[in-house]
Design a protein. Structure first.
Length: 380
């Protein structure tokens, strides 16, 4: 356990000392603040637009951070021979890989926290066409970033400490203090007659994004056991795009037709004429009113006998679509920006718990595959 903690801590500090990590953290946080400054003229939807945009920035910054950190943590060590030197000691490959992943998740949590604080400040700064830019909040936040960099430079010049890691931790503290000052010592008009408030529902939304980033980190780490940074980025980007469209690409084809809106499937071009005729007969059998108009067929209303007829007609769901839908991570499960609409006042933490179970199971499967790929990897 002591060796595991040591390797994880070293991996975390190694990632924090990367200049690209500091640059990514600073640029994403400042860009989120910038998103709350211009006039959008979105007919009252400005706050929702700002919050959705900050969550998108948080997700994309985490995507690049996961891939770059995984490549720096594992692929570069394999290429330079550092991994071989560590594994020459009484450290197993599984322990080494899991410790690297633990350090990577801690670094991504740090990145997500800074972006979350910036997103909370941006939600407090958002205004509609009758409001104005909160220049005090912009000055306080940017001032906190400047002070953090100044503290990093001071510790580097006078104390001979690494600039990047000290700037990262100083940025963590100063961004938190800046947000506290903005929330409690300034006011902002969201509209002509409404005072802006912080949308704390961004906290569970950011936790869900962090879960998605941990899955991306596991995928990037598995790819890094065999590939360098550019192929890893390409593979993770492809999996990211496929996961966004997994409901459209695989989900609909994986479900049996009787679990869908069967009425809409009657005229679908993906069925043959014989299959459409069978669907039409079944819909007519269950949902035909006095005027002869077909109503929506409720899910689960079709009997077992008719489900057997549809299954024999090849409408029971494609096995390949079900397999790909299971293997491909569904990022829509972690993107709940619609729950941040102004009409909804709550955000259920129970869903976050279910998403955590999905994330843990998926990460466990990916790390198991990564260990298998790493066991027979030549390190010399």
């Amino acid at each position: 356990m002591r060796q595991f903690i040591t390797i994880a801590t070293n991996a975390f500090m190694e990632l924090v000392r990367q200049p690209v990590f500091l640059l990514l953290m600073t640029s994403s946080a400042l860009f989120e603040i910038f998103l709350a400054t211009p006039y959008y003229f979105a007919f009252g939807d400005e706050p929702r637009l700002v919050k959705n945009s900050t969550l998108a920035v948080m997700l994309l910054a985490g995507l690049f951070g996961a891939v770059l950190s995984a490549s720096a943590s594992l692929a570069r060590e394999i290429r330079t021979g550092t991994a071989l030197a560590v594994l020459s000691k009484p450290v197993g490959r599984m322990q080494f890989l899991l410790a690297k992943y633990a350090g990577l998740t801690a670094a991504l949590a740090l990145l997500t926290y800074v972006n979350l604080v910036a997103a909370l400040v941006a939600s407090r700064m958002a205004f509609d066409a009758y409001g104005s830019t909160d220049l005090k909040a912009v000055a306080i936040f940017f001032g906190g970033v400047v002070i953090a960099y100044a503290l990093g430079g001071f510790s580097n010049f006078f104390l001979r400490r690494p600039f990047v890691s000290n700037a990262v931790f100083a940025l963590l503290v100063m961004v938190t203090l800046a947000a506290f000052s903005i929330f409690y010592f300034t006011t902002q008009k969201q509209s002509a007659s409404e005072i802006a408030t912080v949308d704390w529902r961004l906290v569970p939304a950011a936790v869900l994004i962090l879960f998605a980033l941990w899955i991306l980190a596991a995928l990037a780490l598995a790819c890094s056991t065999r590939f360098d940074m550019i192929p890893t980025l390409a593979i993770c980007s492809a999996l990211f795009l496929m996961g966004i469209m997994s409901d459209y690409l695989f989900g609909r084809r994986a479900e049996p037709v009787w679990r869908q809106d069967v009425t809409q499937e009657v005229n679908s071009t993906r069925w043959s004429e014989r299959q459409r005729t069978l669907l039409r007969d079944i819909v007519t059998k269950y949902d035909q009113d006095k005027s002869g108009k077909l109503e929506k067929l409720e899910l689960g209303k079709i009997s077992d006998a008719d489900q057997g007829r549809l299954r024999q007609a090849g409408m029971g769901g494609a096995w390949w679509a079900s397999a790909l839908y299971t293997v491909t991570p569904n990022w829509q499960l972690f993107w709940l920006a619609d729950a941040l609409d102004e009409g909804r006042s709550t955000f259920h933490w129970g869903y976050v718990g279910k998403a955590f179970v999905y994330m843990a199971a998926y990460v466990g499967a990916v790390l198991a595959a990564a260990i298998l790929l790493f066991q027979d990897r030549e390190l010399s």
